[in-house]
Design a protein around this ligand. Sequence first.
Ligand code: 5GP
Ligand code: ZN
Length: 121
Amino acid sequence: KIVDSDRNCLFCKIASGQIPSKLVYQDDELYAFHDIHPWAPVHFLLIPKLHIPSMAQLTDAQAGLMGRMLVLAPKLALEQGCNPYPSGGFRLVCNTGLEGGQEVQHLHIHVMGGPRPWLRG
Ligand code: 5GP
Ligand code: ZN
C-alpha cells in the first residue's frame, strides 16, 4: 500500500537522525547511507532530505535537486569503493511506484557497484 507519509516516513527519520544509519554523505539538501540489505559489494541509497514520495511527484522546481543527486552519485560511488569508469562503474536504480518495485515511499536512488566476479568473463 502506498501512503504519502512524512512524519511516519522511514527515510525522513533516517535523514533527520531519528533512526540510525551508516552515513555515506550529507549536506543541506541530500543524504546518503548504506542499504541495510546490500545487493552488491557497494550499495548505498541517495535521497533528498525533503520528503518527495517518488519520482512521480517531482516538480520542475526540483530539477536542480535531482541534478545534484545525479552529479553527486559518481563521486560517492568512487569514494565508497566502486572502481573507475569504464572497467568499473556503478548502477543507479530508482524504483518508482508499486509496479516499479518501490517499497519505501521517499524518493531514493540506489547506487550499486564494486567488484562482482559473477558478472565477469
Ligand atoms: P525500494 O524497494 O523502495 O527501492 O528500496 C528500499 C531499500 O531500502 C531496500 O533496498 C532496503 O534494503 C532498504 N531499507 C529498508 N529499510 C531500511 C533501513 O531501515 N535502513 C537502511 N539503511 N536501509 C533500509
Ligand atoms: Zn520521507
